[in-house]
Design a protein around this ligand. Sequence first.
Ligand code: B12
Ligand code: SF4
Length: 486
Amino acid sequence: MNVLLINPGASNIYSKVEANLPPLGIAYLASVARAGGHNVHIVDANVEKKALGKTDLNYFDVVGITSDTPRYHEALRIAKEIKKTGKFIVMGGYHVTFLDKEVLSSGYVDVVVRGEGEEIFLNILNALENNTGLKNILGISYLEGEKFIRNDDALPPKNLDELPFPARDLLPISKYKTTLNGIPSANLITSRGCPYNCYFCASSKFGGIKWRARSAKNIVDEMEMLYNDYGYRAFEFLDDNFTLSKKRIFAFADELEKRNMTDIIWWCFSRVDTIAKNEPMVKRMAEVGAYRVFLGLESVNENVLDSYGKNIDNDEQIRAINLLRKYGIGIHGSFIVGDINETKEMIMKTVNWAKKMNPELAQFSLLTPFPGTQLYDDIKKENKFLHNDWRLFDALHPTIKLNNLSPIEAQKLIIDSYKKFYISFSRFFNRPKPYYREGMPKGKFKLFDAVFAPIILFVQFRKEMYRNSKVIKDVDKLSPSSIKLK
Ligand code: B12
Ligand code: SF4
């Protein structure tokens, strides 16, 4: 089969700062489909804005589109356009996994793939090629006439070492501009699934509560290929819990040293408790190039931490921060504000605490009910959605009716959090290098870099936040077709 895979473009602040990473999800689908004998082409509309318009759709038998929640609207717009040519359209990703019926009722998508899609997608392609029907394919939802069919769930890939590496050769690799400390960086996924069940996150529902991890050898094999063939010296591990197993971290460190890959730096996501409890692991991470860790610190208010189901407390947060500092590893702190009962004072307490803890970077997000989360189910049950415009589900715009804050107050608090954290004298002259090479204002003069660049960026950010809210209110909703499901 000739297969086209599409990564829809984002239109929010992430795209404005060129936060575009190679889309590993569809690159994995591509490598598995290719190994299965299919011919695959990828269009990443995030970095190649005009590529889709120039693609000859006649050539393809099947089109696969990925979608997270804020890009669902765009994914559906693309599906609508392509459907006019009569192509078979498959959609997958976090958003559609949990809203399969809503997606199919649009009339623009033939099959929704739920969960991790490598094997499922290959099964669909083979079934289409051999005309064997969709009935026996696990993990998919589709329509038979007007009848909605949800086949049983498929098991996610058990042994991740058996998956081929993502097909980066099908991506426009030179167009991705992410850096770590100014060094071009490559992204990898080394584990899937999550044994925790935080209130606002769908990870364990999406990938299961069993943490499936690649072996240290397999990870370093991929890094070595990226090191030798592409010249990367910086790496970003995007799995939800890179440090869940200290045994694996030690094996990973040994493997890097064994192969003399000691001139690299790397970044990962981590949970506070896995860091706080494991000083020898943190020390070892630092020895093999750990540059910065993204820590879900979330809130200073312990009752909010409890309502998020994080199972961490302030002592652990501080211990994790201090340990990373002790070994010279930077911190990217993530804070989630806007819990249903939070007040302005509580939020500012978290922001002030963030400032006091002084991580190199801070990210403030509004609590957002993404499909598949317990939060989503509760907000739906209590009828507390502010609107159903998925484009505003980017954790920067209000989506929930809060008890103590109006939407405008919540929106303003996010802007104020960033202002309070970043616009300060000490930060002006001590700014870490951005993750993204382009799209950031930058100048030749120290004063520009130090003072004006962050202010310009902040003004851009503020404008974007309000522009989105305003424009989106005015735009018509994409009208679904009139299919009624039984
Ligand atoms: C890298 C990343 C980003 C990057 C780049 C995103 C991008 N567009 O490439 C940046 C920093 C920009 C980003 C931003 C945000 N992100 Co983000 N991000 C991730 C992260 C860490 C890794 C993505 C990845 O590479 N995964 C690995 C691949 C292998 O998995 P995958 O993409 O899910 O693909 C598999 C399946 O989904 C499925 N599949 C996917 N597409 C398709 C298509 C077809 C046809 C088929 C058959 C199957 C299929 O098969 C794939 C292979 O198994 C994930 C968490 C995670 N661990 O996945 C969060 C995640 C995707 N992000 C999330 C969120 C909430 C956001 C933000 C909205 C908020 C925020 N502050 O982080 C913003 C806004 C994003 C936007 N589009 O505007 C959520 C998405 C929830 C949702 N319902 O949409 C996730 C899942 C984190 C979480 N656990 O909550 N993000
Ligand atoms: S926030 Fe992290 S630890 Fe919590 S469920 Fe999601 S991935 Fe797991």
